[in-house]
Design a protein around this ligand. Structure first.
Ligand code: 5AD
Ligand code: SF4
Length: 454
């Protein structure tokens, strides 16, 4: 470590888009002369990139920053920055709980981050920038990509959302939909591919409505363009809205070998009445039709979804329809959340809010039910061969089965269907694509053996 350079700690809460944004912010900090540290207590600058999607995530941001900028702070303390969605939502209000906060940096203000850093260095404090920007993708230096070698990387292709689902704060904190210029996207992916990245996940709140280059490039077109980049072996994307899942996109998923055999398609609820009150703009039959079309075009496609349990007015019968939808579709993975009322959103003002106990009870019931489905779906892989992109060492050795391999390095990768597969090999390298035969399955991962030909 360089003793002279000031140190910055970046904490990321929330979704994949925040992970991407934090990389940009970390790159801008590096350009401003900071070195990254992994210990916030050693940092001269502490930045928290925040998430406002649920109350819990927002509390996490306040409690983390409270250690450095809270009411009980005394004496020497680092420069503190709240960035992202909570910053955009809270504005000056952030100072009530964090009186020593130095900068509130909104979701569209990253292009002005360097200017604010200079102002902070000159002794200014309590700066708030939540202004919108014409082009939020402009002004990021190419070398803002700071992390060393990684095989899989996120690339943001659009920002914002105009769907206004009645529970969701995103349209209020991320602003209008803006599609990034396709040539800038491809250029970034080419740089990543040259540095060893093999898998790209294209990100946006609603990637299906991507409309680049003055609406002349659709999301399906973009998938074709990314497919042509040399050395990119795999393409994933998130998140898709069922109402915008076009036949062009299904066709592109079928045609393009590099596009993975997995789709995350949030349904949120299985009840038509609740879907309507959520303003999702589709009903359960339309959702089933989309799934059928997908499964027809891409047999064995792995599917995952998001569910909100305990939306205002959700009756037991509504909840049972959601359970029935899970039983019918048999998703490979489900991310389920208890409804959390958010400022600005219409649903927060609905009079028929459910109590916490009911919401928690339904969430647990749903998670337990889905766990059996996920395990069943994973077990169906036993005996099959899958190709995984090797990502690194397994965090901890697995069960007794693995003991027989205990002197061999244990690694993991993801298969096309986005399932984590652990295996033992002394030859495999991070970034390799290798074929494994699945010999065991667990609720959250698979175990495979390297096939002889590899
Ligand atoms: N309460 C609970 N979950 C929410 N999500 C979005 N807003 C809320 C909320 N107010 C969930 C949705 C979305 C995922 C990213 O977060 O399921 O798809
Ligand atoms: Fe939120 Fe709905 Fe937009 Fe997704 S589509 S970000 S849930 S408003």
């Amino acid at each position: 470590m360089n003793q002279d350079k000031p140190k910055a700690y970046v904490n990321t809460i929330g979704c994949q888009m925040n992970v991407y944004d934090s990389q940009i912010l970390a790159g801008l900090l590096q350009n401003a002369g900071y070195e990254q540290t992994h210990d916030p207590d050693l940092a001269d600058l502490v930045l928290c990139n925040t998430c406002a999607i649920r109350h819990k995530a927002e509390e996490k941001a306040y409690s983390f920053l409270g250690r450095f900028a809270g009411t009980r702070m005394r004496g020497k303390r680092p420069v503190t920055i709240m960035a992202g969605c909570v910053a955009q939502k809270e504005k000056e209000k952030a100072f009530v709980r964090l009186p020593y906060l130095d900068l509130v940096l909104g979701t569209q203000a990253f292009g002005r981050f360097e200017t604010h850093l200079k102002a902070l260095a000159a002794g200014n404090t309590r700066i708030v920038d939540i202004e919108p920007s014409e082009n939020i993708f402009e002004g990021f230096p190419e070398d803002s990509i700071t992390e060393k070698f990684q095989v899989s990387r996120f690339v943001t292709i659009m920002q914002g959302c105009e769907n206004f689902c009645t529970y969701c704060v995103v349209p209020y904190v991320r602003g209008k939909e803006k599609s990034r210029d396709p040539s800038a996207i491809i250029q970034e992916i080419e740089v990543l591919a040259q540095s060893g990245v093999r898998e790209i996940t294209l990100l946006g709140q609603n990637v299906n409505s991507y409309a680049g280059n003055n609406r002349t490039v659709s999301f399906a077109d973009l998938l074709h363009l990314v497919s042509r980049v040399n050395k990119v072996e795999r393409i994933r994307f998130a998140t898709s809205h069922p109402k915008d899942l076009s036949t062009d996109l299904v066709q592109a998923m079928k045609e393009l070998d590099k596009v993975c055999n997995h789709l995350h398609l949030p349904v949120q609820s299985g009840s038509n009445q609740i879907l309507k009150r959520m303003n999702r703009k589709y009903d359960r039959d339309t959702y089933f039709d989309r799934i059928s079309a997908l499964r027809q075009a891409c047999p064995d496609i792995a599917l995952s979804t998001d569910i909100i349990v305990g939306f205002p007015g959700e009756t037991l019968s509504d909840f049972q329809q959601t359970m029935n939808l899970l039983e019918t579709v048999e998703f490979d993975a489900v991310f389920a959340f208890s409804y959390s009322a958010r400022s600005f959103t219409p649903a927060a003002k609905f009079s028929d809010q459910l109590d916490e106990q009911t919401k928690r009870g339904r969430l647990n019931e749903l998670l337990n039910f889905q766990e059996q489905i996920t395990e069943k779906k994973n077990k169906a892989f036993i005996g099959k061969n899958v190709t995984v992109l090797v990502e690194g060492d397994s965090p901890k050795p697995r069960d007794g089965l693995i003991k027989k391999n205990k002197n061999t390095r244990q690694m993991f990768g993801r298969c096309d269907e986005n399932k984590i597969v652990h295996f033992a090999s002394d030859q495999a390298q991070i970034g390799d694509l290798i074929t494994l035969q699945i010999i065991n399955a667990y609720p959250h991962s698979l175990w495979g053996e390297v096939c002889e030909s590899d």
